[in-house]
Design a protein around this ligand. Structure first.
Ligand SMILES: Nc1ncnc2c1ncn2[C@@H]1O[C@H](COP(=O)(O)OP(=O)(O)OP(=O)(O)O)[C@@H](O)[C@H]1O
Ligand SMILES: [Mg+2]
Length: 399
């Protein structure tokens, strides 16, 4: 059994598709054999036609006992990363558990429990047989009854009643409980979840995610949890890794990433709704954006003078709707006039989202539900200077 359960993903890439002989992957493999360093990847090294670069030089460290969430849009490589870490896919680069390189360790010997979105129960075994399979495979049959009993206690009310049922007779939620039980039954050092809740209805999803978080806390098992659901991410993740197009863009707590997004992509992804983003260009020592002028901090102005245009961002909750009696105050910097088109009420958050369109830009403003703000009526919005974010328009990197 493995001792240390930290995970270290070092420069891992994964390509799917066409013949690899002409690709950089093959060069790297050969480099490893011959000892000659491969040339650095450049922006011109687009994958050959038909090839998918599912993981692009990914680095990730998960600490012993930590729960790390992999969050990103569909197709960004989350499942592939999880499968590489589990040993279910070939890859370039290295994966360590603790200080041990896992290249030649088969999945069944890694001390991991995996829960997949589609449950992946063995259809020919009843639930108990699903839990027991691992112990049969490892010739540890004598442990089965005790382990199943302990697991049932952990899984709580009503679980024992499922043990004699065949997967085909279980509801989605029941299958998921069996799948989770199967993963923890073997006393794993590492738990891997791939969107385990996405096939459940909203109510079951919210109760099951709390159940899973309790399990994670109780055992302090190192956990990797893949999702594209932000609520799940905040509950499950001590830290988050945000992915896009095969790359890990930023790693940190939800709070830190929310406050300090490294790029426009991350800013425009995290938050519900996410940050408002729009284009700005320099005029004198101000930035013209939307239908107003913004005063940027000096380092941003320096940057913009050299690299126009830039992307400006502000969170919906950071925009201030001025009191209606201040409408006549005339135009000032960092304020703009508009009218809201419609409102989205969020009673459970005691909030409302007000939507406006300024030129080509859709703007969302979040205020307290108590505030009465008329629609289709002129309003003045203030974009406080210390709440503005600035990003490089081409690379998306934060300035
Ligand atoms: N077996 C495969 N063969 C070819 N391409 C694949 C294979 N598996 C994944 N891909 C491709 O690799 C990329 C990443 O896929 P992956 O399943 O890891 O995404 P994901 O982030 O898990 O998406 P989702 O949220 O939809 O599950 C996608 O472009 C996908 O089409
Ligand atoms: Mg997936």
């Amino acid at each position: 059994m493995l001792h240390m359960a930290s995970i270290h993903v070092v420069n891992v890439s994964k390509r799917f598709g066409t013949a690899l002989s002409s690709s950089l992957g093959e060069q790297q493999r050969q480099a490893r054999l011959t000892g000659h360093p491969p040339r650095e990847r450049t922006a011109d090294d687009a994958p050959p036609q038909g090839e998918v670069l599912a993981l692009d030089s990914v680095n990730l460290d998960v600490r012993d006992g930590e729960s790390m969430v992999i969050l990103g849009p569909s197709g960004c490589g989350k499942s592939t990363l999880l499968r590489v870490i589990a040993g279910l896919e070939s890859y370039e680069g290295e994966v360590f558990y603790g200080d041990r390189n896992m290249r030649d360790v088969p999945p069944k010997d890694r001390g991991i429990g995996i829960v997949f979105q589609n449950y992946a129960l063995y259809p020919q075994f009843e639930s108990k047989g699903n839990l027991a399979f691992f112990f049969k495979m490892h010739k540890r049959e004598e442990e089965i009854n005790e382990r199943v009993k302990q697991t049932s206690q952990i899984m709580g009310l009503g679980f024992e009643a499922l043990l004699g049922r065949m997967p085909g007779t279980l509801s989605g939620g029941q299958k998921q409980r069996v799948a989770i039980a199967r993963a923890i039954c073997r006393d794993p050092r590492l738990l891997l979840f791939d969107e385990p809740l996405s096939n459940l209805d909203a109510q079951l999803r919210s109760s099951t995610r709390i159940e899973i978080r309790r399990l994670i806390n109780r055992f302090a098992i190192t956990t990797l949890y893949v999702t594209h659901d932000q609520t799940e991410a905040t509950i499950m993740g001590d830290r988050l890794a945000i992915m896009d197009r095969g790359r890990v863009l930023q790693i940190g707590t939800y709070r830190d990433i929310y406050a300090q997004p490294a790029s426009a992509f991350v800013a425009g992804f995290l938050g519900a709704p996410p940050m408002n983003l729009f284009e700005g260009s320099v005029e004198g020592n101000r930035i013209a954006a939307l239908n107003t002028y913004l005063t940027p901090p000096p380092h941003v102005l320096d940057f913009v003078v050299r690299h126009q245009p830039i992307t400006v961002g502000i969170r919906p909750e950071d925009i201030v709707v001025a009191a209606s009696d201040s409408l006549d105050e005339g135009e000032r910097e960092n304020t703009l006039r508009t009218a809201f088109e419609f409102v989205e009420r969020l009673p459970s958050d005691r909030a409302q989202l007000l939507h406006a369109t300024i030129g080509e830009t859709r703007l969302v403003v979040r205020t307290s539900l108590d505030r009465h703000i008329p629609l289709q009526t002129p309003v003045r919005l203030v974009l406080p200077m210390d709440r503005l974010y600035f990003f490089h328009a081409q690379t998306g990197m934060r300035i």
